[in-house]
Design a protein. Sequence first.
Length: 280
Amino acid sequence: MKKKNYFIILLLIVSVVTACGQNEEPIQLKVWENNPPTNNGLTDKAELFIYKPHTLSKLPTPAVLIFPGGGYAGVSMPYEGHAFAKWIASQGIVGIVLKYRLPNQHKEVPFDDACQAMQIVRNHAEEWNIDVSKMGVAGFSAGGHLAATLSTYYANNELCPRPAFTILFYPVITMETVTKGGTRNNLMGLTPSEEDIANYSPEKQVSENTPRTIIFTANDDASVPTFHSTNYYQALNEKGISASLHIFPEGGHGWGLLPDYKYNEESLSILKTWLDLYIK
């Protein structure tokens, strides 16, 4: 009887320790200690939130730098940032959310934040037990545009480390059309140049150096129609880049990790398999 009681107590202790680990608050860092190189005319500050895996690994682990959406007019942190980072951490991967500054029609601003965030992760790789060769990016909606542009146009920038892989949820891709939420206008203003439109349209910047990509979207997305995803997928295929595209019958836009989204479990199951096969 005593042995049985000891066993029950041990199980309770393990459960409490596990629960505490899973509810651990993230490490929070400023992206810029001093003034950033670009000014958006606003007072918002760029911040990083680092979620470490629930189970410690002896070997360095992959990491995902996450860009929530918001049409470049806001940053949707709850279900496209923190919830996704916690799920990533549950997969044994470091999840890092970037609360980037809004461009306010100064297109370089969020990309400066993202590139600086990549450098910060590299600088803390040993401390956070990260394998920098497996550091990828994930983005939702406008955050997907940020992730895809980092993986294409900005991949040629020696000051901005190239991501090892890219995860996109209902991403804004092309800048040739104005989306319902005004993403392009918020990023580039009302009269962007043809050069800027081309440079910041990831489907036009795909090369043999573009990282492996997985894309999720919904067929009834009225805010960011599926052609954004399909055109990017086609461009990746044409360059021989490993790509996976998943279009769900419904869901609209902005579902993120909402627990009541009909295909929430299915999308995460697909992503888990992809991460297990190609990233870990």
